[in-house]
Design a protein around this ligand. Structure first.
Ligand SMILES: Nc1ncnc2c1ncn2[C@@H]1O[C@H](COP(=O)(O)OP(=O)(O)OP(=O)(O)O)[C@@H](O)[C@H]1O
Ligand SMILES: [Mg+2]
Length: 324
């Protein structure tokens, strides 16, 4: 990977929640980097730490959570040391985030147009009338028919897919260098999911924006991403180009996730789910966090495996890789 192309480099990121029951190590030593324009899928089971990784990049972690260690180098600066006022400016400017539920990003009491305009006036210092025509342009760019008229509508007058297009339009309006999309289409039905993701991928390609697409859905990642990072119990356990990870998964957990993609195992009647559950992040057992569920665990797995190269543009954290 050429150093000049890297826009985001995460090093040893740890985000913990200090709860009454104990310390939840939601993100516990995550490293990866992203090139300009790269679309990376961040996948893993519920509770693996995907969202908290995304929130940590934008420094949107509230009490009782705290980023306790690591660096988030974005365009050459460690975001973890940037003053809060500067961070607020960066969010929605060079950095943008799209969440699962557009209800939480759009305010029901304001028209769609006024919300786009407000964001444009704040971040781009456009006059209200300039912002109004730019808002219509943005709606057209995300495929909303009758854009001028639709600006006067309220969010509830839009379908779920259209609301999410609006959120994407707002996120992309400032031409961010990085977009973190957390389950952006999970609330939508399958056909609309594909339409919105196709749109997002086209927009990020056109703008050269890098995107982290957080999802449970391995099939979506295969379809829309350039690279894949697999998260388990607060750690990355595999990372590589889409081709490497899907065709030649090295970690038994990734192998399980890929076997569970519908349509991949024509001869199996039932989806191949990974038996067992992710361990409690408060009392993680020492060693490999996947050990209790791993079909090929052995004595060496009592040590924590670190992500290490297993091929060109491919890393995995497993001691038993390629061993019986
Ligand atoms: N405010 C909080 N207080 C305590 N623990 C928290 C808090 N927020 C998140 N966690 C814990 O951090 C861990 C990681 O959560 P995160 O939301 O990142 O999971 P996720 O991979 O995004 O899951 P999902 O696929 O369900 O969205 C979970 O164990 C969760 O319970
Ligand atoms: Mg999440």
């Amino acid at each position: 990977m050429s150093g000049a192309d890297v826009i985001l480099e995460i090093k040893g990121l740890k985000t913990h929640f200090f709860t009454r029951r104990g310390v939840v190590k939601a993100v516990d030593g995550v490293d990866f980097s992203l090139r300009r324009g790269e679309v990376m899928g961040l996948v893993g089971e519920s509770g693996a730490g995907k969202s908290i990784t995304g929130f940590s990049i934008l420094r949107l972690i509230d009490e009782p959570g705290r980023i306790v260690d690591g660096e988030v180098i974005f365009e050459g600066r460690d975001l973890l040391t940037v003053p809060e006022a500067e961070m607020r400016r960066l969010r929605g400017d060079r950095l943008a985030m799209v969440f699962q539920d557009p209800q939480t990003s759009l305010d029901p009491v304001f028209t769609v147009g006024s919300q786009i305009v407000e964001s444009l006036v704040f971040h781009q210092s456009l006059s209200p009338s300039q912002a109004g025509s730019r808002a219509a342009e943005l709606l057209r760019a995300v495929g909303i028919p009758d854009a001028e008229k639709r600006l006067a509508a309220y969010p509830h007058q839009f379908s779920g897919g259209m609301r999410q297009r609006v959120v994407v339009a707002i996120a992309m309006a400032q031409n961010p260098a990085l977009l973190v999309a957390d389950e952006p289409t999970t609330a939508l039905d399958v056909t609309i999911q594909a339409q919105v993701l196709t749109l997002m991928r086209r927009l990020v390609r056109n703008h050269g924006t890098a995107m982290i697409l957080i999802t449970h859905n391995m099939a979506l990642v295969g379809q829309f991403c350039d690279s894949i990072a697999v998260m388990y119990a607060g750690q990355l356990i595999e990372h590589g180009t889409k081709e490497k990870v899907i065709r030649d998964p090295q970690h038994p957990y990734t192998q399980g996730l890929i076997r569970s993609i519908p349509g991949r195992q024509e001869r199996c009647r039932r989806l191949d789910q990974i038996p067992g559950m992710m361990p409690n992040l408060i009392d993680l057992p020492p060693g490999c966090p996947f050990r209790p569920r791993c079909p090929s665990a052995g004595g060496d797995c009592v040590q924590r495996p670190l992500l290490r190269p297993v091929g060109l543009d491919h890393q995995a954290a497993c001691w038993r890789r390629n061993r019986p």
